[in-house]
Design a protein around this ligand. Structure first.
Ligand code: PA5
Length: 447
């Protein structure tokens, strides 16, 4: 059976095979620290064995709840920010019809996302749409106190209660939060919502394979059993005892670390299947929040190709040579669309006649990789044999494992995010939140 795999051949002009191989023992040591919970942030390593610990019973229960909710609504609003929504959006959009909103024969509710911003127009316009449809809410916050989703939930809860009545609204709301602490837990208890818990030892950006991702994904029609099976199989092949060459997470972590040490500071995740856009958003949070601390870390960026070759392509080809490009490549695509022949070839495209669009896309991918490598951008390729639940499960776990190893290679704690607090402090001071009086005084002097 094929697996998600990593090809590092196109980095050898920038760092040698020997340099990467020399990191083997160090990488194994870091991976062992993840497995044995002996490294920094070891209280947050519940995700390491999560795939193999999810039982069939758990999955069945989650599916039953998801089916029940999905059966009652046309639209499901997932409220959450960061790790509390990106995993769901990444997997759901990767697997969904590109024009799902316009399809008439939908079997599952449309998923809308709220609480990932504080934009008034966005929520107001969503409410306009929600006025006319049957909808339910899955509200997700591990801390239960994050401002953005809390505001969105207050507004949408009020809207839903006014629309269908408090009693019916209660059955259309599910909360996913900490087992006992936080405002969302208190609210769920007092309002008697159905709840799921996020394990204490799993941080937000590592939580996609907990109910945080599994419940909304199941409601949106994703086969969560196959997703977890994929993750489980990747758990097996990324463990510390798997030889370096055969361990995709070790190989990826070692390669990007070697490139980082050689002066490459930005990693661009590039896709040629635009459905993977949100996989990159999820990946950016995963690596950015895990590595970017103590003045260290590769800055994670992303592009949708070939679209962004016409906006970002110039910089990638000729800008500052601090880039790594990691291509997410999908081997086998499902739909078939062939370029037609035209008698006169007025557009000059007859040389493509009879070729599948995917073949053209693949040549664009190959051509771009070669051009970028020639331009001084080392290239890592991550191949998904197909775009389905199983391989997405593999991909998610692969990135998580590689991220844990990468954080340890940098000698940071990959499982905290102290820097995220800074903006909250000044925002609360400006909004004159009780308890922030001192900060408010100080900040007003700076305005
Ligand atoms: O990775 C993390 O833990 C964070 O980035 C969270 O995902 C994000 O801040 C949302 O937090 P919460 O789920 O507590 O609302």
């Amino acid at each position: 059976m094929e697996n998600v795999s990593v090809d590092i051949h196109k980095v050898f002009g920038f760092v040698s095979r020997m340099t990467i191989d020399a990191l083997q023992n160090l990488v194994k040591e870091k991976n062992t620290a993840l497995e044995n919970k002996t490294g920094k942030g070891s209280d947050f390593l519940g995700w390491v064995r999560l795939p193999s610990s999810i039982s069939e019973k758990d999955l069945k229960e989650i599916k039953a709840t998801a089916d029940q909710l999905a059966g009652k609504v046309d639209v499901l609003v997932v409220i959450g920010i960061g790790g509390s929504y990106l995993g769901t959006r990444a997997v759901h959009e990767a697997l969904s019809h590109s024009f799902l909103h316009l399809k008439s024969n939908r079997k599952f509710p449309i998923i809308l996302y709220a609480g990932q911003n504080i934009c008034e127009d966005y929520l107001n316009e969503m409410i306009e749409i929600l006025n006319a449809v049957r909808y339910g809410i899955i509200v997700i916050s591990k801390s239960g106190t994050t401002t953005e989703p809390a505001i969105a939930f207050r507004i949408l809860k009020d809207h839903l209660e006014n629309k269908v009545g408090k009693k019916e609204a209660k059955d259309l709301i599910i909360a996913i939060t900490d087992v006992k602490k936080g405002a969302l837990r208190n609210m769920a208890t007092s309002e008697q919502y159905k709840t799921y818990t996020i394990p204490d030892d799993v941080g937000g950006r590592f939580s996609v394979l907990t109910p945080v991702g599994l419940l909304p994904l199941a409601a949106g029609g994703v086969n969560i059993t196959a997703l977890v099976e994929g993750a489980r199989s990747m758990q097996k092949i990324t463990g510390p005892d798997v030889p370096f060459e055969q361990n995709p997470a070790s190989l990826y972590a070692a390669t990007r670390y070697a490139l980082y040490r050689s002066g490459k500071k930005i990693e661009i995740l590039a896709n040629y299947e635009n459905k993977l856009h949100f996989i990159a958003e999820w990946w950016k949070q995963l690596f950015g929040e895990s590595e970017g601390k103590e003045g260290k870390g590769i800055f994670p960026a992303s592009v949708d190709l070939t679209t962004d070759l016409h906006s970002m392509g110039q910089y990638i080809q000729e800008g500052e040579r601090i880039l790594i490009e990691t291509v997410l490549s999908v081997k086998k695509t499902m739909s078939k669309l062939v370029v037609p022949t035209e008698a006169e070839s007025l557009d000059g495209l007859n040389f493509l006649a009879g070729k599948r669009l995917d073949e053209v896309n693949k040549m664009a991918e190959l051509g771009t990789v070669l051009a970028h490598v020639d331009g001084g951008v080392p290239n890592i390729r991550i191949t998904l044999p197909e775009l389905n639940e199983f391989y997405l499960g593999q991909l998610l776990y692969f990135f998580q494992r590689a991220c844990g190893i990468s954080g340890y290679l940098l000698d940071v704690n990959p499982f905290d995010q102290p820097g995220v607090e800074a903006y909250k402090k000044s925002m609360f001071a400006l909004l004159e939140k009780p308890g922030f009086e001192e900060e408010t005084k100080k900040i007003k002097q700076r305005l």
